[in-house]
Ligand binder design. Structure first.
Ligand code: FEO
Length: 162
């Protein structure tokens, strides 16, 4: 495999673990604000990010490369409202989408056919994740500061029916 691509894929393993920690922090914030459904939604999202990291790590390992975690950068995040939390999640997903596109561009450039299925999977996943979070943001904006509206969204997210 092209060495730069290998490095980028390894970095993405780290980034996905970083994303898991971002979601964990957001879960803590929602717990603090007493929105248990949103808390659980963020915990489930954190779990999903770990599976993303594993998917990338497995690809490298299956092709005979080692994976090194090193330091995992986590931005400091504060959310005073559910809207803050989901906007932070959206911004983070956009950042991850940019990272995945960078991998896709390099994989194309160096004609790494073996990673194509994996990279396509991640490109599609990012479209889905951004869409899911932006829908939640729209709904939160729609109810504004209406407590019962927020609690309904909280209940729905708690069942992860979205
Ligand atoms: Fe693995 Fe939410 O990006």
């Amino acid at each position: 495999m092209n060495e730069k691509l290998q490095t980028l894929l390894n970095t993405q393993v780290i980034n996905e673990h970083g994303a898991a920690l971002v979601y964990t922090q957001l879960a803590y914030e929602m717990d603090d604000l007493s929105f248990p459904g949103m808390r659980d939604w963020f915990y489930a999202q954190a779990e999903e990010e770990r599976t993303h990291a594993q998917k990338l790590a497995d690809h490298l390992l299956d092709r005979g490369y080692r994976v090194e975690l090193g330091d995992i950068p986590v931005p400091s995040i504060k959310a005073a409202t559910p809207l803050d939390a989901f906007e932070a999640a959206y911004a983070h997903e956009q950042k991850v989408s940019g990272q995945i596109r960078e991998i896709a561009r390099l994989a194309d450039e160096v004609q790494d056919l073996d990673s194509r299925a994996l990279v396509n999977w991640f490109l599609n996943e990012q479209i889905e994740e951004e869409d899911t979070v932006s829908e939640i943001i729209d709904q939160i904006k729609l109810v504004g500061n209406d407590g019962s509206g927020l609690l309904r969204i909280d209940a729905r997210l708690g069942s992860r029916d979205n």
